[in-house]
Design a protein around this ligand. Structure first.
Ligand code: PMP
Length: 476
């Protein structure tokens, strides 16, 4: 049975065109990887699925799923397509729905990137966001919510990518034959990630039917259950990870483990760093699951000592444009511990915001010495910025200044003495954006540096121990 319509390219008087956007799906290019594979012998070819009109491998399944439901009468004109989708399947379905006049409702877990939600809305779909951190059986899970929406909406179908056999079949009909033809039957290894498992199952099944020696290798993020399930048959507890689109906490009906020879595990950090290398070194702008698959492929090639006779095809499922605010955002990468902090990137404001208490204590020149000592003792601080009535810095008062003053014998000390004459006015001042190098040169032989904003108002104070504390917190 073939569910994937063949490309219908109509030409009249040498005008060549596609009859609609659907017929541009598939026939994505195979591109050799050159840089990230350096030192390895096999020919490593990436099937770049972002060339599909909706930007991902999932365009291949949307159209056939809808036509299958039309064929057996479950979907009638004016109907609604509901799906639990991490985004890409939604786009694949939305493209076909747009052309065929159906409505779409998509249910997505909240860990998905904002770009994916906005993208689905751009196609006119309704998007319902559900919590990630619940079991699949939980009524709030995205699977359960999708099922409920179908029950409540007349003339609607659940596309059901996790159990719908049309999903792997679409890859059996398109991805598999394309790779077989593009490699002239010389492919030796297929390496792909697994979400629904539709890609690896359908493509792998087709390729193994052509040549049973072809090895089919899955790539699974640490935290997903699929690696252990394949290796030992044991179900483990799923844990969170950041790479989107691959890995599962259950075995989807669309995954046929018997097609998969081996599964390689990868972690978030190496997957996301490889995603960044792919675009910088190969010019291939892929999402995080593509980086994960490349990482897994390199590990597999290395472990198996694959030689120059091997032709390895890896599937890059989608484009990096959907993850600009994540994988390609340095701040997000750093916050998640995936990028080492470069010293030159550290700013005064970063150190200030990591300090235990956000509270800034200041004194006024007219404050009594006794009160200032009490304040210092209470909060265990050794120096205080001194500000005027407009909160602008006028100096710094420190333990040693107060001590030196009290030891003076030139007058009788009084309980109501103010700190006015004890201020140190030569205080180094920086903005919140000052770099670590600047801080270091200022603080070298002084007790502290005061951070001020554009209006010279005090925003914080940094001492050597604050900088030390910050730098040591960055150590792995
Ligand atoms: N990568 C991304 C970004 C995806 O959206 C998906 C689909 N969930 C996959 C990989 C895995 O594809 P499949 O569902 O066919 O296993």
């Amino acid at each position: 049975m073939s569910n994937t319509p063949t490309i219908d390219r109509t030409s009249a008087n040498s005008i060549s065109f596609h009859k609609d956007i659907l017929t541009t799906i598939g026939n994505t290019p195979l591109v050799r990887l050159n840089s990230v594979t350096s030192g390895l012998d096999p020919l490593v070819l990436a099937k770049v699925e972002s060339f599909n009109p909706g930007g991902s491998v999932k365009d291949r399944i949307g159209w056939p799923i809808i036509e299958d439901a039309e064929r057996d009468g479950r979907l009638r004109p004016g109907g609604t397509i509901v799906e639990a989708t991490s985004g890409n399947t939604g786009v694949g379905l939305a493209i076909a729905a747009a052309i065929k006049g159906y409505r779409c409702i998509f249910v997505m877990p909240d860990k998905m990137s904002q770009e994916k939600i906005l993208l689905l809305r751009a196609y006119g779909a309704r998007v319902v966001v559900t919590p990630t951190a619940v079991e699949p059986e939980d009524p709030r899970s995205y699977y359960s919510v999708a099922r409920r929406l179908v029950e409540e909406t007349p003339n609607s179908i659940l596309a059901n990518q996790y159990y719908n056999p049309v999903n792997p079949q679409a890859h059996y009909d398109s991805t598999g034959p394309e790779i077989w033809e593009q490699t002239a039957g010389q492919i030796t290894h297929l390496i792909a990630g697994m979400g629904t498992g539709g890609t690896i199952t359908g493509t792998g099944r087709y390729l193994k039917e052509q040549n049973p020696h072809i090895q089919v290798v899955g790539v699974d993020p640490i935290g997903s259950i699929l690696y252990e399930l394949h290796r030992s048959g044991q179900y483990t507890m799923a844990e969170g990870y950041k790479v989107e689109g691959i890995g599962e906490d259950f075995l989807p009906g669309t995954t046929d483990m018997s097609v998969i020879d081996e599964i390689i595990q990868v972690n978030d950090r190496e997957s996301l760093l490889m995603t960044r290398r792919l675009v910088r070194e190969e010019g291939i702008f892929s999402g995080g699951s593509g980086g994960a698959v490349v990482m897994g492929a390199l590990r597999y090639i290395h472990n198996q000592h694959l030689g120059p006779e091997a032709v390895v095809v890896i599937i890059l499922p989608d484009s990096g444009s959907r993850y600009l605010s994540k994988v390609f955002d340095d701040d997000w990468m750093r916050e998640n511990g995936f990028l080492d902090q470069v010293w030159s990137d550290i700013r005064a404001g970063d150190i200030q915001s990591k300090k235990d208490s956000g509270q800034i204590y200041t004194a006024r020149a007219g404050d009594r010495l006794l009160d200032v000592v009490t304040l210092m003792k209470e909060h265990n601080i050794s120096q205080l910025p001194v500000v005027n009535t407009e909160e602008r810095l006028v100096g710094l008062v420190s333990e040693i200044d107060l001590l030196n003053h009290l030891l003076k014998t030139d007058h009788v000390h009084q309980a109501d003495e103010t700190i006015e004459g004890m201020l140190n006015t030569d205080v180094p001042v920086v903005g919140q954006n000052a770099r670590l190098e600047t801080l270091m040169s200022l603080i070298k032989d002084r007790p502290a540096v005061v951070i001020v904003n554009n209006e010279d108002r005090v925003k914080g104070i940094l001492t050597k121990i604050d900088i030390l504390d910050y730098l040591s917190s960055q150590l792995k």
